[in-house]
Design a protein around this ligand. Structure first.
Ligand SMILES: Cc1cc2nc3c(=O)[nH]c(=O)nc-3n(C[C@H](O)[C@H](O)[C@H](O)COP(=O)(O)O)c2cc1C
Length: 218
């Protein structure tokens, strides 16, 4: 079996990447033989959907598939045929990162059918979404993050399966706060959250991975 974690952060060792790696550890704890891989989206030169509609052409050769022939195509093919996918994205300006949006356009659109009768036969693998952000829990509701991410998740559910999700708040943003202009943040408080809350978030990510593995075996 093969599982993917999709890293929508340009950083490969920070919050999102660490949480995704933990979720892959969770998968391995249930399925030691499974193959797991993290894809760092910012390493791949790719774009989102270019609206060619080849995936929706009547009797088209590429019906239900993305025809866009770039470095991302073989990766997309593997991910869409995998046994489970965990998406992770920092919040950038109240939304997913640009590369995660591009990923989702390519991941979802070929399978989104503009018809009540036509279908696309594709894999409905278990999914999870991990979001990391500066704001606290209360602000993430007040600023509409949950409303927006629920919409992404309901599209994912319509196409694949209902994703589990994890919101990780008040992340530690720099290795050394003294080197950056960041006086709106209380570094001591952030460090405290890093030391007390973040280990719990890593544990939640691990459990999400375990759940994905169990669902994949159902
Ligand atoms: C360009 C940019 C925009 C950001 N916008 C937001 C935002 O709108 N809301 C928020 O809560 N955090 C925002 N952040 C903070 C990141 O979401 C947060 O630090 C996240 O945990 C970073 O993930 P990483 O450590 O995996 O890279 C922003 C960070 C950057 C670099």
């Amino acid at each position: 079996m093969k599982f993917f974690a999709i890293n929508g952060s340009p950083r490969k060792t920070f919050n999102t990447a660490q949480l995704l790696d933990k979720s892959l550890e969770g998968i391995k704890s249930i399925l030691p033989e499974a193959e797991v891989e993290r894809i760092d989206l910012y390493d791949i030169p790719f774009n989102g959907c270019k609206s060619c509609f080849a995936c929706k052409r009547i009797n088209g050769r590429h019906y239900g598939r993305c025809v866009y022939n770039d470095d991302f195509k073989p990766i997309l093919n593997e991910v869409t045929q995998s046994d489970g996918v965990i998406l992770g994205s920092p919040v950038y300006f109240g939304d997913l990162t640009g590369n995660m949006r591009c990923f989702l356009e390519r991941f979802m659109f070929p399978f989104l059918v503009y018809s009540n009768v036509e279908t696309v036969n594709h894999k409905r693998m278990p999914l999870a979404c991990i979001y990391t952000m500066n704001v606290n829990d209360e602000a993430s509701y007040r600023m509409g993050y949950h409303e927006l991410f629920d919409k992404y998740e309901s599209t994912l559910e319509r196409i694949f399966t209902k994703p589990e999700h994890l919101y990780v708040h008040e992340t530690y943003q720099f290795k050394d706060y003294s080197r950056y202009v960041s006086d709106i943040f209380d570094e001591k408080e952030r460090r405290h959250i890093r030391e007390t809350q973040f280990p719990q978030d890593l544990q939640f990510a691990f459990e999400i991975g375990q759940n994905i593995a169990k669902k994949a075996c159902d």
